[in-house]
Design a protein around this ligand. Structure first.
Ligand code: ADP
Ligand code: MG
Length: 276
């Protein structure tokens, strides 16, 4: 059983602090939902866990099964068992979907071991069928000209073939119509097992009706300000986040002033009080 541990994580991008001290532990078999208004740092959290070089870790640790990830590259993290289904999957003209997924699966094999192509093709076809993706998608260029729904299904296709230990799904529901949402939900739910821990980032109850989380976190201004059970989802759906702002004494969070930090001097920076 795997464990992702995030401790006191402070992250900046282009000199602006976005995450102000995140603590989160996700174990195999658990599904965590992260909800929060736009611009509060949800994608930043997902990207920094996966190792996007644009984000600077000012303080804190990210560990997978005890291994410190802070300095590891994206491909190293992927081989260790992390997966990120992106909010906005990138289009890569010139690389077919088939070649991309094959290269990714090959890169996950132990050194010297070669992918058995026939077996790979069968599993790719099975996964595409389960996701009700058109068969032609494998031979089109990666995400190029894909509809929003096709891009998101394609992320789940990769997840099925890579079989991660910890998966982060960033707004996997955005751009999906009701039928596609059900298909994605069923496929992700079918992957639930003690070997897989998941973080679902979403705005909507709809996704969390299909992929039922065990724990719900709310993120505001770069911090997890509340953690609870599924009751939080219905409350947010009905009332938004105003009640929470009131509870926490936050009057506004729109474009809050972020204190500029100079990179390199903030390794020991401690998070300040929540801005109000
Ligand atoms: P969410 O996913 O919760 O909507 P994000 O993590 O995408 O939020 O963004 C959090 C904040 O970080 C936003 O205020 C956004 O404008 C800011 N941000 C993201 N990328 C950059 C960047 N490259 N430069 C400056 N600010 C950024
Ligand atoms: Mg986002």
């Amino acid at each position: 059983m795997s464990i992702l541990e995030i401790k006191d994580l402070v992250v900046s991008v282009e000199g602006k602090v976005i995450l102000e001290g995140i603590n989160l532990t996700v174990k195999g078999g658990e599904t965590h939902a992260i909800m929060g208004p736009n611009g509060t740092g949800k994608s930043t959290l997902a990207q920094v866990i996966m190792g996007h070089p644009k984000y600077v870790i000012e303080n804190g640790e990210i560990r997978l099964d005890g291994v410190l990830l802070n300095e590891k590259t994206v491909d190293e993290r992927s081989r260790l068992g992390l997966f990120l289904g992106m909010q906005n999957p990138v289009e890569v003209p010139g690389v077919t979907n088939f070649d991309f997924v094959r290269a990714a699966v090959q890169a996950h094999l132990p050194q010297g071991q070669h992918l058995r192509l026939g077996k790979f093709i069968l599993s790719l076809e099975d996964a595409a069928k389960e996701l009700k993706m058109g068969s032609g998608l494998a031979h089109r260029h990666l995400n190029e000209g894909f509809s929003g729904g096709e891009k998101k299904r394609n992320e789940i296709l990769q997840m099925k073939l890579l079989r991660p230990k910890i998966a982060l799904l960033d707004e996997i529901d955005s751009g999906l119509d009701v039928d596609a949402l059900r298909i994605v939900g069923e496929n992700v739910t079918a992957m639930k097992s003690p070997e897989l821990g998941m973080i679902l980032i979403t705005h909507y109850q709809r996704l969390l009706d299909t992929i039922v989380p065990d724990v719900v976190h709310i993120i505001l201004q770069g911090r997890i300000v509340k953690t609870g059970g599924r009751e939080l989802i219905a409350k947010i759906d009905a009332e938004g986040y105003d009640w929470l702002k009131a509870e926490l004494g936050i009057e506004t969070w729109e474009e809050p002033e972020k204190t500029p930090v100079s990179l390199g001097t903030c390794a020991t920076k401690k998070p300040g009080p929540l801005r109000g």
